[in-house]
Design a protein around this ligand. Structure first.
Ligand code: C6P
Length: 419
């Protein structure tokens, strides 16, 4: 045990062995005699048996389309799907279920805001502030809108320590922006941005705020009411739930005033040959048959995370990242990006002097260690640091210090091979 592994008795504890036993994939070997060490949860998390079983049970016993039929199966499926929506609403701080729109993923949630709210409320010359650390999902939709209507996009700079430059942000606010859209936690640097401060400054300047919660909602408690965010986007697949389901939370008054995004079944109240009346919230934004089994799975994922406790998840990840940073520092030639531990969640992106990150990922994979290598859908951020790519280890509730040790062993193997 190292210094960082020592537990503060007041910190909520997580029973890692019990958690790991819930994730079937963690029991597998990548190849004979080589157990999987999964360090790619920022890309997508693994799924506990509780989620897999809930979806299996849904298909075996309750499968039907929702909001349409009055037969028993249709009512059961509708109740499960809408029950999942209520669980999401409770999970992010007790918002109204009608403020929770199901989408396909974070990307679609942000596109929904750009397309619907953006086209209605923004005009040529309006300022939208993003940050230099954004994922492409929170850059490209605004670039597309800017190209269409002539927005002025501005960017909060990232300091060399990997933090947002809040003084520069305060200056940008003098441009009277209409919207600030920023990531709560960086998928590359691991930086946890001071969301509450960013939001209150934006509101004081008369701007609305969209928070990309793809990497925050799965990893620590996020209370959207306390943050006072106007929009919050996140994905089920990064929080122990299935792929194919995302969430857009937005304040009720905003959603009421926004036009529908996609047209079709379920998003209407009445249709005539030449006109339609949109449905009530949140269905107004959910055209066509949704991802029903995935909704059920996400409900089960939230039950699972609640049973572990989000405070415990966060404390555990903090312990693992502290240990990882300490051990990565030992390896000659390894350079970790991002801020100090105090500002960091469970993500460590690094370069290895003289070795391409793809080679790093391939060599550690031989030892069963799954890390991601590339630009992680944050090309401008990599350009800012003047590197084409990084290798990235990202942690979740099921990771252990032994997983970190295996990564470090892999990195020494890289050193052996590349000299
Ligand atoms: N980042 C990663 O490996 P989707 O793909 O829509 O579920 O999530 C997009 C997204 C948006 N914002 C942030 C901060 C993200 O990290 C991601 C997804 C993955 O880093 C896949 S590129």
């Amino acid at each position: 045990m190292t210094e960082t592994s020592k537990q503060d008795p007041s910190t909520p504890q997580l029973d890692t062995a019990k958690v790991r036993a819930d994730f079937p994939v963690l029991q597998r070997e990548v190849r004979s005699g080589v157990p999987l060490v999964y360090l790619d949860s920022a890309a997508t998390s693994q799924k506990p048996v509780q989620v897999i079983q809930a979806m299996d049970d849904y298909y075996r016993k309750h499968n039907a389309n929702i909001h349409r039929g009055i037969h028993t199966l249709a009512e059961e499926a509708t109740a499960s799907y809408e029950g999942a929506r209520q669980k999401v609403a409770d999970f992010i701080g007790g918002v109204k279920a009608r403020e929770v729109v199901f989408t396909r993923n974070t990307t679609e949630s942000i596109n929904l805001v750009a397309y619907s709210w953006g086209r209605k409320n923004l005009k040529a010359g309006d300022v939208v502030i993003l940050t230099e650390m954004e994922h492409h999902s929170n850059l490209v939709p605004w670039q597309m809108l800017a190209a269409e209507i002539g927005l002025q996009l501005e960017f909060i700079p990232v300091t060399k320590e990997g933090l947002l430059d809040l003084d520069a942000y305060r200056q940008l606010l003098e441009l009277n922006p209409k919207l600030i859209a920023f990531m709560h936690m960086s998928n590359v640097l691991g930086t946890i941005n001071p969301a509450k401060e960013i939001i209150s400054l934006a509101h004081a300047a008369g701007a609305l705020v969209l928070v990309d919660g793809a990497q925050s909602v799965p990893h620590f408690p996020v209370d959207v009411k306390d943050l006072d965010a106007d929009f919050l986007a996140f994905s089920s697949h990064k929080m122990c739930g299935p792929t194919g389901l995302g969430v857009l939370y937005a304040k009720e008054a905003l959603l009421e005033a926004m036009p529908p995004f996609l047209g079709g079944g379920d998003m209407i109240k009445r249709v005539q040959l030449r006109s339609f009346a949109a449905n009530d919230l949140p269905h107004k934004f959910e055209a066509g048959t949704p991802s029903i089994a995935e909704g059920v799975g996400m409900g089960a994922a939230i039950d699972y995370l609640n049973s572990v406790g989000m405070e415990a998840v966060y404390a555990h990840e903090k312990q693992i990242i502290a240990y990882a940073l300490e051990r990565l520092e030992e390896v000659p030639g390894v350079w970790v990006f991002g801020p100090e531990l105090e500002h960091k969640g469970g993500v460590a992106s690094f370069t290895f002097e003289g070795v391409h990150p793809h080679d790093v990922a391939q060599i550690v994979d031989e030892l069963g260690v799954a890390v991601r290598a590339g630009h992680h859908c944050a090309m401008p951020l990599h350009e800012k640091f003047d590197i084409p790519a990084t290798a990235r280890a990202s942690f979740y509730l099921y990771n252990t210090e032994a997983d970190v040790d295996q990564l470090i062993e892999g990195l020494y193997r890289v050193k052996e091979i590349f000299g």
